[in-house]
Ligand binder design. Structure first.
Ligand code: ZN
Ligand code: MN
Length: 131
């Protein structure tokens, strides 16, 4: 069995990007991931990181958290869960409360549509910024 070097290299880079995301709970930006991955793959480009993040998202290995005007943040945890966003420092933390799947049913009933998922964000000041 032969694997072309190009495909092999891409797959390895993608795995490194995925590992970086699985190892952090900080919900980093693409730039942060790029800086981290560069420590292992010095010649990787930011464009390659973006491209691999898109592929990982399409494969369902990561989540993209889009916050409108600010940069997307990425999450290696693909299980449904909620987030707390600090309005001061911008930190994003996981909230370990049960996911309210009943809301999907209510929303589907009201709209007559089919709900795939819902997102819930808590905004406030984190404990570190309060001090
Ligand atoms: Zn904060
Ligand atoms: Mn998360």
């Amino acid at each position: 069995m032969t694997i072309t070097p190009r495909i092999h290299r891409m797959t390895k880079q993608r795995q490194i990007i995925l590992d970086v995301l699985k190892k952090t709970e900080s919900h980093p930006t693409a730039d942060w991931i790029y800086e981290k991955v560069r420590q292992e793959v010095p010649r990787i480009s930011l464009g390659t990181v973006y491209r691999n993040l898109r592929v990982l998202k399409e494969m369902g290995d990561i989540q993209e958290l889009n916050y409108g005007s600010t940069y997307s943040r990425f999450d290696g945890n693909t299980k449904p869960h909620y987030h707390f966003v600090c309005l001061d420092c911008g930190d994003i933390m996981d909230i370990h409360v049960p996911v309210y799947t009943e809301l999907d049913k209510d929303a589907a009933e009201e709209t007559g549509g089919k709900v795939e998922f819902h997102r819930l964000e808590f905004y406030g000041i984190c404990s570190g910024c309060i001090q």
